[in-house]
Write a protein that binds this ligand. Structure first.
Ligand code: ATP
Ligand code: MG
Length: 389
């Protein structure tokens, strides 16, 4: 039996964006995500996108797995197709859903008939198909209120589909409907989750990683690249950048008071990120900060980092507990990789007693004793680009 994926799109009660733009971007994103598996046909019909593999060799389960990660999809179903004939529909329903039905206790049939020429009404289709299923699997019972399986029969103008329970999609908005932003990505647990969350709101991602060789290793960098790669399963291609940050860090160490190292380093990261963001068409920065988590994430410290930026900084984890962040990291598959024990540039030259309540005046005074500008320019110029997907 020919199988298809039926995609129900997400936030269609959209105010800012019109529906067809949303759908066009969504279809383009799914198409791109499936392209390496083979050829698929995409048909937009009645608030559903029908995805049909062109031949049987295509890895259908992998295709469904990829679709489950595309933002902008509220729900999807794996459906079997049937001829437009009530007997064929009954047989198709049992054939396609036999294993699921056999292991369930209760079911109901739901019919959607958009082809009004079909000689059976929706209630008649439900009765016919329901009766046939009961005849084939007598252990089942009908439960119209809370069935374990809802068998849906959709009789459309050009096709008939049968499917079981809908699966939950990744939700959110299609990537590309909100512009581009740059994620500051480390090897930690938080920043990949932050990137995932903002991409879910429709942002295309660039990712900026600060490396400090020889204090940080090539393997640490590869780990971060791998994290970006996992996030890209959801966000689509990410423009991954690695910034040579060693000289700036050494200059901070040699010229600034120790208790301000971290906060000055974070401001330098922001300054470099701003320029890279502008070059790459990013209209916001994203970080994985969570209020109060560490010394550099107190309100005063965040105010000091924010003071150097001229574009919005999104911090989607700001109000989340570590537990909640970890549970998202597990769900999206970044957690295990984040745990790999490689050093980050943030842990090079960490002060013993970082100042938790810095003031902007104090920091500017310290920074002004050294001209960081040439080093910032050099870091921007030395940044390496490696798209990942
Ligand atoms: P994470 O788990 O994301 O590393 P964290 O809790 O360890 O976060 P910090 O090390 O203070 O917190 O970093 C705060 C944020 O700064 C990170 O979430 C990330 O957005 C950014 N950041 C930290 N280190 C780097 C780095 N080496 N390159 C790019 N961004 C970084
Ligand atoms: Mg970190």
């Amino acid at each position: 039996m020919k199988k298809v994926i039926l995609v129900k799109n997400g936030e269609l009660a959209l105010k800012g964006l019109n529906r067809s733009t949303f759908e066009d971007i969504l279809v383009k994103n799914i198409r791109r995500r499936l392209s390496s598996l083979g050829k698929f046909e995409f048909i937009k019909a009645q608030s559903t996108v029908i995805i049909e593999p062109e031949n049987e060799e295509i890895d259908f389960d992998e295709a469904a797995e990829r679709v489950s990660k595309v933002f902008g999809i509220a729900a999807y179903s794996i459906a079997g197709t049937a001829e437009k004939d009530i007997e064929k529909i009954k047989e198709a329903a049992v054939e396609f859903l036999y294993d699921d039905l056999k292991s369930a206790k209760t079911f109901k049939v739901c019919a959607k008939r958009s082809d009004k020429k079909f000689p059976f009404t929706s209630p008649e289709i439900c009765r016919e198909v329901g009766g046939y299923i009961l005849g084939k699997i007598p252990s089942l019972k009908v439960d119209v209120h809370e069935p374990e399986i809802t068998v849906t029969v959709e009789v459309r103008d050009n096709n008939v589909f049968v499917h079981g329970n809908q699966r939950k999609g990744a939700g959110g908005m299609p990537v590309g409907t909100s512009g581009r932003a740059a994620l500051l990505i480390s090897g930690g647990i938080d920043s990949p989750v932050a990137g995932y969350m903002m991409s879910k709101r429709g942002l295309v991602l660039s990712a900026i990683h600060f490396a400090a060789p020889p204090y940080t290793s090539k393997r640490a960098e590869m780990k971060v690249k791998e994290l970006a790669q996992i996030v890209s399963k959801y966000s689509g291609r990410i423009n991954f950048m690695v910034v040579p940050f060693t000289e700036i860090q050494e200059a901070i160490k040699d010229n600034c008071p120790e208790d301000l190292f971290t906060i000055i380093m974070r401001r330098m990261m922001m300054k470099v990120a701003l320029r890279l963001a502008e070059k790459d068409g990013c209209k916001a920065l994203i970080t994985g900060e969570s209020l109060g988590q560490v010394a550099s994430q107190t309100l005063d410290a965040i105010a000091c980092t924010d003071a150097v930026t001229t574009i919005p900084v999104f911090r989607p984890l700001i109000g989340m507990d570590k537990e909640e962040i970890i549970s998202t990291a597990r769900k999206i598959g970044t957690f295990e990789t984040s745990l790999l024990p490689y050093e980050d540039c943030c842990t090079v030259f960490t002060p013993k007693h970082p100042r938790t309540r810095p003031t902007i005046a104090l920091i500017e005074e310290a920074e002004n004793k050294f001209d960081f500008e040439p080093l910032i320019e050099k870091a921007v110029d030395g940044t390496k680009y490696q798209p990942v997907d």
